[in-house]
Design a protein around this ligand. Structure first.
Ligand code: FAD
Length: 595
């Protein structure tokens, strides 16, 4: 199935990326980090992978991570910049006058598709063996680690990537054997000419957060008892020309509300080669993700197949949405890492008043705050990926933990990414506001994370749903207890942590057992996220004996989870670490976070 858009030109895309010698660069007054390998530059990430990824797999992936890190800091970033400045356009006719809709994507975008789907197999590696030469399917952490690097250059394409991956997962989980055998191979193809990309069409004009208001109608196909005909408008459809979409629709004669909503697989081209009755009405003119098309779709009796059970659409789609939400949180973590990487580089190389920015007392707390949010996001991302692996392996309690960690990450990391990308922009000064630098693009992209796949309010409410329906709370507390047991906390910090946990649990209780307190739901989600991040980060610090990471964990504890006097000067405690005595030999260490 050919889902590939014709490039605007047949010429091979050339990327005018010039690698500049570091010595030469250091002579320029305006620092430019381009050309940095974002994998090799990130020593914490390399250490974290040793904790979360099986050693053999990590060794195997090293050359791929290194190459992707190099691309993301150079050519891929330039492709992303070009694609962002040349958004896709909708064509309604062929040049010889035939009515046929297609989306013209800039060659830079097509080249990024090649890298993501084809060379690195990012949408396929969780589903089939042989991708990147690995003998089995890879665990979720491999996909998130690779995409975490990719997204530091390009955010928009990560949406089709994630939807293709998630659609395959949902199809394999709930689809009939016939549907799976018909579409699996193309969904996981690494050849752009045979690849079928995925999409999900849920949102309607009157049904965004409120899925129960879905009006798109599904009627039995009178000519084919296995098929359904879908009619209605879908208001937000990213990757609208995808070969396959998961669609929510209300089956004729079904009950009102959520129980009447079912999940369907909608192909763009029918098995006999005819176009399906799908019209792309127009493309959206978006603030961010401008490289990737999002549009409005009209279904005019489009043929589709039921996935799973009738009336279980929302529950089944929730699996796809949860997977996408985890991916969304990972992308927010990646954007923040990019922002922090840029800010640190600039701070070390930009001079003002005869000194480097990084040596200025007022700059250091700014950088440490940004760094804290970015590191917390990737800690919770790794925790969620590990919970997902255990859940897929059928381990007891792991599903409930994944169901909780996913909305926690999606909610808080996406919100933090808005701020961190904005603050990093400011570190670059005036240049940060200029489109030839990465900051404006990353800032615009970051703002989407907390809107799509559930707004902040909706995702925060999902945290409470996970607690109430999946019994996630005791499992979360047990998980934290275990991590603490395996960590080397200083008794003083441990006491402070215990106090914070008591207060957070009582805050949770006030919402879970009192529906009138719904307005504190976001506060609950934020505090649960931060407790998770602080505890898991201290655990990671213990695993690779990093006083720096322990200090960051403590920063979270002090600034986000402890009672503070807003009028008391906050200076030294920011950069001291109360590591467990056997580690620090009883000393309170002063730590440089920015090495
Ligand atoms: C660029 C882009 C791409 C998108 N791509 C897709 C796609 O591919 N497929 C798809 O299906 N959708 C897509 N969406 C749609 C997106 O998921 C929805 O916009 C989002 O879920 C919100 O729905 P809505 O726009 O109808 O807003 P509404 O649901 O009307 O929400 C408006 C506001 O009300 C708040 N709100 C709603 N209910 C509650 C509540 N119970 N309590 C408190 N506050 C509440 C929300 O938090 C929000 O702030 C995309 C959106 C964008 C911007």
């Amino acid at each position: 199935m050919n889902n590939r858009a014709l490039p605007l030109t047949q010429e091979k895309i050339s990327v005018p990326f010039q690698h500049t010698d570091n010595n030469e660069k250091s002579r320029y007054p305006v620092p430019d980090r381009a050309g940095t390998n974002v994998y090799l530059d990130d020593t914490d990430f390399q250490q974290l992978l040793k904790i979360y990824m099986p050693a053999k797999l990590l060794t195997h992936l090293q050359p791929h991570l290194t190459r992707l890190g190099e691309l993301a800091g150079a050519e891929l970033d330039e492709l992303a910049r070009q694609a962002d400045s040349n958004p896709p356009t909708l064509q309604h006719r062929t040049r010889d006058g035939r009515d046929k809709q297609s989306i013209l994507k800039h060659p830079s975008y097509v080249e990024m598709e090649r890298l993501a789907f084809s060379e690195f197999g990012l949408a396929a590696l969780s589903h089939k063996s042989g991708v990147l030469g690995w003998e089995t399917k890879m665990p979720a952490v491999a996909k998130y680690a690779m995409t975490f690097l990719f997204v530091q250059a390009e955010f928009g394409l990560c949406c089709p990537l994630s939807m293709t991956d998630s659609l395959t997962r949902t199809l394999v989980k709930y689809g009939s054997p016939q549907l799976i055998s018909r579409y699996f191979e193309d969904l996981t193809s690494q050849d752009l000419d045979t690849l079928s990309q995925g999409a999900m069409f849920m949102t309607e004009q009157g049904a965004g957060s409120d899925i129960a208001a879905t009006e798109t109608l599904a009627q039995n196909d009178p000519k084919d008892p296995q098929a359904w005909l879908l009619s209605g408008d879908k208001w937000f459809c990213s990757n609208p020309d995808a070969a396959l979409a998961m669609v929510l629709a209300r089956h004729e004669g079904g009950p009102e509300g959520m129980k009447g909503v079912s999940l369907f697989l909608l192909p763009r081209t029918l098995p006999d080669g005819r176009d399906n009755r799908i019209e792309i009405v127009r493309l959206k003119d978006k603030l961010g993700t401008r490289s990737m098309a999002s549009g409005e779709i009209r279904l005019r009796g489009a043929k589709a197949w039921l996935v799973g059970e009738l009336g279980r659409g929302f529950v089944q789609m929730a699996d796809m949405v949860n997977n996408s939400r985890l991916s969304n949180g990972m992308r927010a973590a990646g954007l923040m890492r990019r922002a922090v990487g840029e800010a640190l580089y600039i701070s070390k190389h930009r001079k003002a008043f005869g000194a480097s920015l990084i040596d200025m007392p007022l700059m250091r707390p700014q950088l440490s705050k940004m760094m804290l949010s970015a590191e917390q996001a990737r800690t919770v991302m790794f925790q969620a990926a590990e919970a997902l692996r255990r859940s897929d392996a059928g381990e007891e309690g792991a599903y409930a933990l994944t169901r909780l960690l996913t909305p926690l990450l999606k909610f808080r990391a996406c919100r933090d990414a808005r701020k961190v990308t904005g603050d990093a922009l400011e570190v670059r000064g005036g240049c940060g506001y200029i489109e030839e630098w990465s900051d404006p693009r990353i800032l615009r992209d970051a703002h989407l994370g907390s809107v799509w796949e559930g707004t902040s309010n909706i995702v925060a409410l999902d945290v409470i749903r996970a607690i109430k329906r999946e019994g996630s709370l005791p499992i979360w507390n047990l998980h934290l207890d275990q991590l603490i047991k395996e960590s080397k906390w200083h008794p003083q910090a441990l006491y402070q942590l215990a106090q914070a946990r008591v207060r957070v649990n009582s805050l949770i209780d006030s919402v879970v057992n009192n529906t009138e307190h719904e307005e504190v739901t976001r506060q609950v989600a934020s505090s649960m996220y931060r407790v998770t991040a602080v505890v898991a980060m201290a655990w990671e610090a213990t695993q690779y004996e990093s006083i720096r990471r322990m200090t960051l964990a403590q920063l979270g504890l002090i600034h986000q989870l402890s009672v503070q006097d807003p009028l008391k000067a906050r200076v030294q405690p920011d950069l001291t670490c109360l590591f467990e005595e056997s580690q620090s030999k009883g000393r309170v260490e002063t730590v440089n976070l920015f090495n």
